[in-house]
Design a protein around this ligand. Structure first.
Ligand code: GTP
Ligand code: MG
Length: 197
């Protein structure tokens, strides 16, 4: 499964200025540095389409990418980055929340979690907020190459166990590595399926 064409379109601070909402759209959210931009590059097989950095806080705007002329991927700023001031952080949060709430063609949000991390409050709160706003999302574990396959499976199982304490039904889950292209076919198949529905 391959993306044929991927183009960066535009960056925005306001969801109302984003490209016309006339195509299926998928966005990536999660803590700063979790690998949102890297996952977009992995899915599109383009090394430098979305800007990545080992320093958290790289992505600061709503970035639209047009894929095969027919659907959008959207890179968003991360949350939980301590170094930015409260005022800026508040602005990013409002911008991202408004985008997620009001973008009419947003079909699914990929909620990224570093596979090595245990469930933490800001991620759990964010998922609860997505559910409350009825924004469809899929849990997406990143950086699977940092653990052995068996360790990774254990971490995912622990995470699921924690979610089951409060969630009646678990969201869809993907395990990915931008480094090894793990999970690309699963994610793209899912997207193509949703595009057709
Ligand atoms: P912000 O834009 O700051 O919110 O970060 P982000 O979530 O977009 O993360 P980004 O894609 O910029 O990646 C952060 C760091 O993690 C970079 O140094 C990446 O090379 C690294 N990284 C991302 N994905 C993977 C992965 O699957 N495996 C490994 N080993 N490193 C990864
Ligand atoms: Mg980024």
């Amino acid at each position: 499964m391959q993306v044929r064409d991927a183009q960066f379109l535009v960056s925005n601070t306001d969801y109302q200025a984003c490209p016309p909402p006339d195509k299926p759209e998928y966005a990536f959210i999660g803590r700063s540095n979790v690998g949102k931009s890297s996952l977009i590059n992995m899915l599109t097989s383009r090394r430098k389409l979305a800007k990545t950095s080992s320093t958290p806080g790289k992505t600061q705007l709503i970035n639209h990418f047009l894929i095969d002329g027919s659907w959008y991927l959207v890179d968003l700023p991360g949350y939980g980055w301590a170094k930015v001031g409260k005022r800026i952080r508040g602005g990013w949060q409002q911008m991202t929340a408004d985008y997620l709430k009001f973008r009419p063609n947003l079909l699914c949000v990929f909620m990224l979690i570093d596979i090595r991390h245990k469930p933490v409050k800001n991620d759990l709160d964010f998922m609860a907020w997505l559910a409350q706003e009825q924004i469809p999302f899929a849990l997406t574990f990143t950086k699977a190459d940092k653990l052995s396959a068996s360790q990774g499976a254990l971490h995912v199982a622990d995470y699921e166990k924690e979610l089951q304490k409060t969630w009646a039904e678990l969201p869809l889950r993907f395990v990915t590595s931008a480094e090894h292209s793990t999970g690309r076919d699963d994610l793209l198949s899912f997207i193509y399926q949703v595009n057709q529905d």
